[in-house]
Design a protein around this ligand. Structure first.
Ligand code: AMP
Ligand code: MN
Ligand code: MN
Ligand code: MN
Length: 287
């Protein structure tokens, strides 16, 4: 049997990226310009828990004649695991979503101060003040900003090294946090006219069984797609999550999860593998 490819599959779609509105290093305008230069044909800005960059990004995309999809990446607490749910095609003026995201963001400053206290106990002073220098949106201080500070001070080699040594569970700068519930995040997105995508499943440190449970719950809540292709998935993981999407009858998404030039090896706008066969690209809805 031959598998018919969906006609939208061939489109150079990159549906996951970050600007200075969350933990990216380029402004929404610079980011869209870069996407256009890299021959991206369909592009989404998906800042963490924030919609404030969408207007500038959309305006720039219009200027450059690049097809643009509104987006957001919502932080979710599922049991003991933090997972990310991307919303695509949301109405950026949806009052309920805006209010909900403001609530999700609200604990970040306090959490950052606690992270800083943890790092101080490990001998790294004033990390909060240091991280703040990298923050452009005061409501959105993230672990990434701490990571940049620790790299630039020479304490760590690169961002990955910082996470491994300081910012993941069990390390001195890690502070557990209560984000949104899975079902409410999916519902906010859906009610705002968007589709919910379970981001980078390869990132969650849960076994196969738990991952199935997560995907099932996500789908039951109204989730539509699985992010099969993302920069930090290996080829094997792409195959694995393609199979999972088919099995669970979910559409498939793809995004670079770009945060900034040179920040992570092999992560660049538009540099994403093709979707494996037999999947419905979620972007058929926007193409
Ligand atoms: P936060 O929302 O403050 O918990 O920060 C989460 C962000 O940290 C993610 O969106 C990534 O940008 C970054 N991040 C998480 N884990 C890693 C890792 N192992 N290596 C590099 N960046 C990471
Ligand atoms: Mn990030
Ligand atoms: Mn993420
Ligand atoms: Mn992301």
């Amino acid at each position: 049997m031959t598998v018919e490819e969906h006609p939208a599959s061939a489109l150079a779609a990159d549906l996951h990226s970050h600007s200075t509105i969350s933990d990216g290093v380029l402004s929404p305008r610079e980011l869209v310009q870069r996407a256009s230069e890299r021959a991206v044909e369909l592009f989404a800005l998906t800042d963490h828990d924030e919609l404030a960059g969408l207007e500038e990004a959309a305006a720039t995309a219009r200027e450059l004649d690049l097809s643009f999809v509104t987006g957001v990446e919502i932080s979710v607490t599922w049991g003991a695991t933090t997972v990310h749910v991307v919303g695509l095609g949301i109405d950026p003026d949806d009052r309920k979503l805006l209010k909900a995201l403001a609530r999700v963001r609200s604990g970040r400053t306090e959490r950052a101060q606690q992270m800083s206290a943890g790092l101080a106990a490990a001998g790294i002073e004033d990390a909060y003040e240091g991280a703040l220098r990298y923050v452009r949106n005061p409501e959105l201080i993230s672990r990434t900003h701490f990571a940049r500070y620790l790299v630039d001070t020479g304490i760590c080699r690169d961002v990955r090294d910082v996470f491994k040594r300081y910012l993941v569970a069990g390390k001195p700068g890690y502070v557990p946090h209560e984000w949104a519930h899975l079902d409410e995040a999916v519902q906010w997105i859906t009610a705002a006219g968007g589709v919910a995508v379970l981001a980078h499943p390869g990132r969650y440190r849960v076994g196969d069984l738990k991952l199935h449970e997560l995907v099932r719950e996500f789908k039951e809540a109204g989730g539509v797609a699985l992010e099969v292709v993302t920069s930090n998935h290996s080829r094997e993981q792409v195959r694995q999550f393609a199979a999972l999407a088919r099995e669970m009858e979910l559409e498939a998404s793809r995004g670079s999860d770009f945060h900034g030039p040179g920040e992570a090896e092999n992560v660049e706008l538009g540099v994403v593998a093709p979707l494996p066969p037999g999947l419905t690209p979620v972007w058929h809805r926007f193409a």
